[in-house]
Design a protein. Structure first.
Length: 238
């Protein structure tokens, strides 16, 4: 498990664990009996049903919540960037979002045994800090764990087969008219404010492709933009 801010990445089919702790200015704030911590993964925040959800009601000796991911939890999912959040439901019914919607990326596995990856991850830790004064609102998240993926490592996780030097040469062509990278984003709102005319931008939420127009300073749909169709005539069929 790799943690960058609140963004998580792991190898599909690995065994992983995420330890969640809370604190405020006075120190640790343990989870209590009757609390429930939910880890929920979706392809898009707009989806009604989750692809993966874990519920934790038993906590560690220091009041921490440990979210265990078994190989079968992710082995059936695609190599994509998903979204997740972590929610706390208190014993008295109060609901608190500890980790707001963040990315959850699954990389490709190589070694399989019985349909599951044989490797086990090192696990990760999230510390959720609560606002001073007792207001239980998430204000910062710090994580510990291995360094995040480089751009080349991320590209290989999504199927790129070239060497690191070849990938560097490909990146060097950006803006020079020599390369046309495909850049997936979880939704249209995540696109950079200004794009590159030599790239293809993918909106994973709506499954649409866009290119950046320097002339209009906007993203234009590639092919017909069916979202702009107002009426379809049925012709003369009776």
């Amino acid at each position: 498990m790799k943690i960058t801010g609140s963004n998580l990445s792991m190898i599909r089919g690995d065994s992983e664990s995420i330890t969640v702790r809370m604190k405020n200015a006075g120190g640790p704030v343990p989870f209590e009996a009757g609390d429930a911590v939910y880890f929920t993964v979706k392809e898009s925040p707009a989806d009604s049903l989750p692809l993966l959800q874990k519920e934790v009601r038993a906590f560690g000796s220091s009041g921490e919540a440990v979210i265990e991911l078994a190989p079968g939890d992710t082995s059936g999912l695609d190599f994509l960037r998903y979204c997740y959040d972590i929610q706390l439901t208190r014993a008295d019914g109060r609901v608190l979002t500890l980790v707001p919607s963040s990315s959850f990326t699954l990389g490709a596995e190589i070694t399989l045994e019985g349909g599951q990856n044989t490797a086990s991850g090192a696990g990760g830790e999230l510390t959720v800090a609560l606002e001073a004064g007792g207001a239980e609102v998430t204000v910062e998240i710090t994580g510990t764990g291995p360094r995040g993926q480089s751009a080349w490592e991320a590209a290989r996780a999504y199927g790129y087969t070239g060497t690191e030097a070849q990938f560097g040469a490909l990146l060097a062509t950006l803006g020079a008219g020599g390369g046309s990278p495909v850049l997936p984003y979880p939704d249209r709102a995540s696109f950079p404010a200004a794009g590159s005319e030599n790239a293809l931008y993918i909106d994973l939420a709506d499954r649409r492709c866009y290119c950046w127009s320097g002339e209009s300073r906007s993203y234009l749909a590639v092919g017909s933009d069916y979202g702009q169709i107002e009426c379809i005539s049925g012709g003369g069929a009776g």
